[in-house]
Design a protein around this ligand. Sequence first.
Ligand code: SF4
Length: 411
Amino acid sequence: MQSLFAGHAGEGLDSAKLNALKEFHSAGKGFWSNVSDAEWSDWRWQLKNRITTLEQLQRLLPTLTPDEYAGTVLANHKLALGITPYFFNLIDPADENCPIRSQVVPRVQETHVAQWEMSDPCGEDSHSPVPGLVHRYPDRVLFLVTDRCAAYCRYCTRSRMVSNATGYDFHPEFDRQIEYIRQHEEVRDVLLSGGDPLLLSDDKLESLLSRLRAIPHVEFLRIGTRIPIFLPQRVTPALCAMLRKYHPLFISVHTNHPRELTTEVREALGRLADAGIPLGNQSVLLRRVNDDPVTMRALVQKLLMCRVKPYYIYQCDLITGSAHLRTSVRKGLEIMESLRGHTSGYAVPQYVIDAPGGGGKVPVNPEYVLSRNKDRVVIRNFEGRIFEYPEAADGSPRLPRPRKIEEEEFV
Ligand code: SF4
C-alpha cells in the first residue's frame, strides 16, 4: 500500500495543493469595500445585510448558472437562501464548482427527491418527548433553541425546520425542555443546537446555560454552531467572557473546506479557546467540496492550527434534495485511509454514518483487523504491512511465538 505522497508521481503537485489550501487568508470586505470597519466587524450589520434574494445574488454573482438561478427561485419553499457578506466573499465567482459556493448557493437539484431520501433522516421528530428536545441516546439530549442560522447550508439535515421555509413553525418551549431534563436524572450531557444557538443574544443564551448548569445531574454542556465560520464577528470578547462561566462547556464547530478557515475565523476560534473552551469540528463529506484526500488533509491540519480537534466526518445524511452533494462511503473510507497514520492522530476525526431513520451514529472505519480468533489477531498498519498480536484473556498467549504472516492470505 502506498502513502498518499511518498513516491507518488504527483507528489509535487499534491504537496503544492496541500500547502496552498493550508494558507490563511482574510475574507476581506470584497464587494462591501465602502462599508466602515466598525460596521463590517459588527455581527448585527452582517446579519442585516445578508444575501437573501435572487436579485442580490444575481447582482453579486453574475456567473449564476441556470441551475443556481432555478434553485434560488425555489429555495424559499425548501430552505431559505441566506449568506453573510463575510462568507460570500469566500466564493470564487469564476468557478461554478467552487466548494464554498456549493454549500450555500441553492441549486435546482435540491428540489429533486431521490430514492431513500427523507425529510427527517435522523428520526429526530420520533425521538422528541417535548417540542425542541431530542432524546435519542441514553445519557444525553439535543436541545434545539432556534430555527435560524447565520447562513443556510444546502445539505442541512434539519432543513425541514431551519429557516421555516417549509412552514414547520418551530417554537422551542424552554420551560418544558428544561423541566424534562430536570426530571430525567440519566441526562448528564446537553447539546444546544438548532439552528444556531450563538444567534441568540448573550443574555438569552446565558439564561439558558445558567438554568441548565443549575441542574445537579447535568455534568457537561455543549454548543453546536457554525457561527464562528459564517459570522466570526459574533465571537466577541463579551460572548467569550459569558461562556467561560459555564464550564465544562465544549463547542463543536462545522467546517467542510480549508478555505473556510480564514484569518478572521482563526482569531474567533482563538478567542473561544482562550476562554478555556475545548473545540471540536464536524465536517460533512460533500461531493466536489471535500471528497478528496488532499482537501481533507489540509482541512484537518489547518483545524489543529486553529486549536480545533477534528471530531467527526459525517457521511452526508439522506436529506431530501441532497443527492447532488452526496458522495460514496467508499470515498469516505479512502479518505480515512489517507489520514490514519499519515498525519497526527489528533488530526484524524471519526468517520460516521448517522443510521437512516434514527439509528444513531455508527462509526465506519477501514479494515485494520484482518482476522481474529481465540489465539491471535492479525492487523495491518497504515502502510499495508501485516502484523500479529497474540490473543489471551489471561495475558499468556497459547501460541509459542509469532507466526510468519503470508500477506496473500489477507490482501
Ligand atoms: S448551520 Fe447547521 S443547522 Fe444551520 S443550515 Fe447549516 S447545517 Fe443546518
